[in-house]
Design a protein around this ligand. Structure first.
Ligand code: GLP
Length: 267
């Protein structure tokens, strides 16, 4: 796991945008896995700015979002589709025909979940998956106790997650109790994963998933099994890490390697 500790949220957003835009610059038809929540907003803003400056073009990208609430009517202001359309898809010029979210208003949700898995597979799999993390260590809506091999399915939200997400609704009663979410197994199938965490409220979950044991009680800890994960943290989210200086040392070496000026005698 590559743990990158950056000065603030803006630096995290810029680095995440660099990774996504870099992949799309190499392959304009990159299949992106996208996330919602407050954390990726800065990244999406930066991606939109790059499109406006003519530095990026996402019109050929196929996208799959991690999750969607069940029970909100289509077009609801807090549905994840609305979130994605207003914060990224429309302003950054994505082709909506190839932007997918779990179809949570389908009549048969379990069939819809299998179809979502099949459409990811048919697109050739997710090349780069963006993730946030919940305060309880969840990724997408895979709450603690989710199987580490889980696939896309309907999941009940914990009270903690509903409380955390109540800030986007008028009251906690309006926060749905169910969501469709990609499973942890689905997420681990992505070729590359970039997890973002900012703010002190994430420090304990960040420490648990990076430095704790792999456990279904901390769903993000399953990322320890994936060979290409980059974790972008601001100082506050990195606050509980005990091996911080080692991560910084590794990162400094990594940066030199990428710049091609690696001299083992200088380490
Ligand atoms: C929700 C989403 C997750 C997201 C988490 C954290 O539960 N399903 O994908 O990572 O919230 O959100 P935030 O970035 O707002 O803290």
């Amino acid at each position: 796991m590559r743990v990158v500790i950056l000065k603030d949220e803006t630096a995290v957003s810029h680095r995440a945008a660099d990774l996504l835009c870099g992949a799309v610059a190499k392959n304009p038809a990159t299949v992106l896995g996208l996330a919602t929540g407050g954390t990726p907003l800065g990244t999406y803003k930066e991606m939109v700015s790059r499109v406006e400056r003519g530095e990026a073009n996402f019109s050929e990208c196929t996208t799959f979002n991690l999750d969607e609430y069940v029970g909100l009517e289509p077009g609801h202001s807090q549905s994840y589709r609305t979130f994605m359309e207003s914060n990224l898809f429309a302003p950054a010029g994505f082709n909506l025909d190839i932007c997918h979210l779990p179809p949570s208003s389908a009549k048969n949700l379990s069939v819809a979940c299998s179809e979502y898995e099949s459409s990811i597979e048919a697109a050739g799999g997710i090349e780069i998956q963006l993730l946030g993390i919940g305060t309880d260590g969840h990724i997408a809506f895979n709450e603690p106790s989710s199987s580490l091999a889980s696939r896309t399915r309907v999941k009940a939200l914990t009270e903690q997650t509903r409380k955390d997400n109540a800030r986007f609704f008028d009251s906690i009663e309006q926060v749905p109790k169910l969501a469709i979410t990609m499973g942890i197994g689905t997420i681990l199938d992505a070729s590359e994963i970039v997890l973002l965490a900012t703010g002190a409220s994430k420090a304990s979950a960040v420490c648990a998933f990076i430095e704790g044991p792999i456990s279904a009680q901390v769903p993000a800890s399953a990322l320890q099994l994936h060979p290409r994960v980059t974790v972008l943290l601001d100082e506050a989210a990195a606050g509980w890490l005990t091996r911080r200086s080692y991560y910084q040392q590794v990162e400094a070496i990594q940066e030199k390697l990428e710049q091609g000026d690696f001299d083992p005698n200088l380490i």
